[in-house]
Design a protein around this ligand. Structure first.
Ligand code: ASP
Length: 372
């Protein structure tokens, strides 16, 4: 049974944001509309856990904006300001869950966990996976520390970083195709098998103090676009993104990070104008690598683009956005060299046991096997 040291129950706050876990039939299709209390009422509570609900917003996550995500970051921050809270569960649509989880993780400085979960089957159906996922997420949130932001789905515990939605409909919606899951949950046990790799966290962004979903943010948020390369690909869409005011571009290249000489020229032009360019790949698993010239990753890096390691497009975009926001918040902000250095740190920056991580915990201390 989960108890704090003085024997009181674990206090978990559930922040409800919508998604299939809150979606009901609307006559023509499903859409999020159930309240956080209604969603919570579908799941049994793990023993020794008390729950409070915050209804933040109610959207299907393909409609998620940076303003929603920053409002959630602020709510997480405010919730953890209460030392009596032991952890947070965020219910979220699965479509963009990996982006929100990563944004939270890049700014997470607290030992207490934030656990995102959701469902592949809608609210209130007999065969839904939402109640089980929510139960598991509560169990994990009440059991672990020093692991950053997590994704709990279908009995698996994933680190925020690297995790992507890899199944459109199946219950095991998430995985990191480049590495192992972090752990498992089930049969009243939470087993954490490895330590997540996390860069030193970024400071709380100024934009998150004012972001409110559905309203124009008080601080204008930088535009960051994703452009995909393919056979016949040319720089037209990349140039269109720049013309639309993009301050960051994620190029989804082929293979280990390759495109064409024409795209390399467009990237060089963008970088010379202070645009951050990150290169990821449309291949599901494995790292980016500087192997090829003639438009390949060797040339893209020489043009000033950064390779994203094993991060894929959605999370690479979140890294670029976060680096831009952090640069703007720094005195004398707007320095291309500093934002490039910030992005580099977020992309290849897993740092273990660095004091600034504020997550404490050696591998052995964090690798808990907790009986619930
Ligand atoms: N379209 C839904 C959403 O992302 C899918 C889900 O939640 O599973 O909100």
């Amino acid at each position: 049974m989960k108890r704090t040291n003085d024997g009181t129950p674990r206090r978990i706050v559930v922040i409800s944001t919508g998604g299939t876990i809150a979606s009901r039939w609307q006559g023509t299709g499903y859409a999020a509309d159930a309240s956080g209390d209604d969603v919570l009422a579908t799941a049994p509570l793990p023993e020794g856990v008390t729950v409070e609900v915050t209804d933040l917003f109610n959207v299907n996550s393909s409609r998620m904006t940076a303003a929603h995500q920053l409002a959630l970051l602020r709510t997480v921050h405010e919730t953890l300001a209460d030392p009596g809270v032991d952890g947070i569960v965020v219910t979220h649509g699965t479509d963009t869950l990996e982006e929100t989880a990563f944004l939270l993780d890049l700014h997470h400085t607290d030992a207490r966990p934030v656990v995102l979960t959701g469902a592949q089957r809608p609210f209130g159906t007999g065969d839904g996976d939402g109640p089980g996922n929510l139960y598991d997420a509560l169990q994990v949130a009440a059991s672990v520390r020093d692991l950053g932001v997590l994704v709990v789905f279908d009995g698996r515990v994933h680190a925020a970083r690297g995790t992507v939605k890899t199944q459109t409909l199946a219950a095991d919606a998430f995985s990191d195709p480049s590495t192992e899951r972090l752990g498992r949950v089930g049969f009243s046990r939470v087993d954490i098998e490895r330590q997540p790799e996390r860069p030193a966290p970024l400071p709380f962004p100024r934009a998150a103090r004012t972001a409110a979903p559905g309203t124009a943010p008080a601080v204008p948020l930088p535009r960051v676009d994703i452009v995909t390369h393919h056979s016949d690909g040319d720089p037209v869409l990349l140039e269109a993104a720049l013309a639309a005011g993009a301050r960051g571009i994620v190029l989804v290249a082929t293979g280990a990070g390759n495109a064409t000489p024409e795209i390399v020229r467009a990237v060089a032009g963008a970088v010379s104008r202070g645009v951050l360019v990150a290169v990821t790949t449309r291949v599901p698993a494995g790292p980016l690598a500087e192997i090829y010239t003639g438009g390949g990753a060797v040339d893209l890096v020489a043009a000033g683009a950064l390779l994203t390691g094993t991060l894929r497009a959605g999370q690479a975009r979140v890294a670029v956005l976060s680096a831009l926001l952090a640069d703007e918040d720094t005195a004398g902000g707007g320095d291309p060299a500093r934002r490039t250095a910030l992005l580099r740190r977020l992309l290849d920056g897993p740092v273990r046991a660095e004091p600034a991580l504020a997550t404490g915990g050696s591998r052995s201390a964090s690798a808990v096997a907790t009986r619930a």
